[in-house]
Write a protein that binds this ligand. Structure first.
Ligand code: DX5
Ligand code: ZN
Length: 227
């Protein structure tokens, strides 16, 4: 059973634990939950698809035990089909896979749904929107990367704004129920711009967990969006 609300609505904020203090993850996660986060974003990296290694299934399960927030699991790994069932069992509500890692994307999307999670598909900055045109009716979320995946704290790639606009137009035409998520370099200074471009879920690592006061950071992001 998918336990994440995928309906269109107010913009969701999804803090990425990549910038959290891993030595006290339960406390970190509870702080953003109390501070008004909508989803929690978990960046899984394998050191192969991206040049960094983060964490895997056991950490997702550990986080699941300490929060009621929907878990938005972003897989930056090769051969994702080998692991999606385990991530679902660990408590992922939504699993996002990269189109660049999946020659048989339709099969993978079907597999994730069958395992009981909602499905997102992510595009690297240099990957054209046309690569997802055929799969849009089958997915729940489209993730536009506005940094090259691998690390937190990188700067927003400016061409991402136009890509978001074009993605929003494409979704409006071909798959109006699909949520548009943006990930990479989101700050108080560009949050409003990405929302105006069509983003509906904002991932924020350093702009939330990188700040001393997480509740205040979430409030500032929310105010920036609504300003
Ligand atoms: C990058 C990850 C992001 C990262 C974002 O590969 O997918 O989710 O945590 O971090 P910031 O918000 O600091 O760019
Ligand atoms: Zn991410």
């Amino acid at each position: 059973m998918v336990s994440v609300n995928l309906r269109k609505g107010p913009v969701r904020l999804a803090p990425s634990i990549l910038s959290a203090d891993f030595s006290c993850l339960a406390k970190e996660v509870q702080e953003v939950e109390a501070g008004g986060a909508d989803w929690l974003h978990l960046d899984v990296m394998d050191g192969a698809f991206v040049p960094n290694i983060t964490f895997g299934v056991p950490v997702v399960a550990a986080v699941r035990a300490h929060t009621r927030l929907p878990l938005d699991v972003h897989l930056m790994i090769e051969r994702p089909e080998l692991y999606v069932a385990d991530f679902c069992r660990a408590g992922a509500d939504l699993i996002t896979v990269h189109v660049e890692t999946a020659p048989h994307l339709h099969r993978l999307v079907t597999q994730i749904k069958g395992a009981g999670a909602a499905v997102g598909v992510a595009l690297n900055p240099a990957t054209p929107l046309s690569t997802v045109a055929e799969i849009l009716p089958d997915i729940d979320l489209l993730l536009i990367m506005t940094v090259n995946p691998g690390f937190g704290g990188q700067s927003f790639i400016p061409s991402g704004l136009d890509k978001l606009r074009r993605a929003a137009e494409l979704l409006a035409r071909k798959a109006p129920g699909v949520l548009l998520e943006v990930d990479g370099g989101i700050t108080e200074d560009n949050a409003r711009q990405v929302v105006q471009a069509g983003a509906e879920v904002l991932v924020a690592g350093s702009a939330v967990f990188g700040q001393p006061e997480r509740k205040a950071a979430l409030t500032r992001l929310r105010q920036a969006i609504e300003a």
